[in-house]
Design a binder for this molecule. Sequence first.
Ligand code: DC
Length: 231
Amino acid sequence: MNKNLTIAIDGPSGAGKSSVAKALAKRLNIMHLDTGAMYRTVAVALAGKGIDPADEEAVLKALPELRLELRFSEGEQQNYADGVNLNSCLRTPEASMGASDVSRYPAVRRRLVALQQDCAKSRSFVLDGRDIGTVVLPGASAKFYLDARAEVRAQRRFLDLQKMQSPQTYAEVLADVQRRDAQDMNREDSPLRQAEDAVYIDSSELTEEEVLDLIVEKLKERRLVGEAQNA
Ligand code: DC
């Protein structure tokens, strides 16, 4: 039996999953896997070879040749494709849309889901994504669905992009968020949806710290925190 602790945090883009998952992993002294970064890595690596992530045929043709590797240094996830660390290229609007595009293809999902499941077998992990509680780890120790109103998520993303000197306007960011929501929720393979046994958290009016406290409270109620600290 798998004794590792696995905490699934799913939800739409911009709900704060990655930052909360990272902080939670740090607090519990376990690993964090940002699965969105893996889809972003595939999109960026293929775009670097001149392949449009929206071109399914071209993506599927190039996929078997793509060498994907995850490394963790001091708890930080490093995403490699063909031996190159792509971490610094993963947060652009093109990487976001490209990731949403490639994530529609079952062959891409199968490949990344297998890597994610391997990680969760090896150590205790907090995983954030779209399908962790429903597909990747239906038997996860605890599941959370982190949501926020689209306008709030767009505002957070807009502020992040401004720090990166991006010229995108708020209206453009909101349109991107809504387009990605529609694509992620309506795709045929593993659409974003709340697992039946996931705890729903609306972070629209909450700080990251408040979300974190809420999650830790739930883990304590289920007596998972002590288990995590010993992980
Ligand atoms: O969480 P993120 O914004 O970095 O994710 C980028 C895209 O990857 C998102 O639009 C949908 C896809 N994704 C997915 O389909 N399944 C996951 N487990 C994680 C991300």
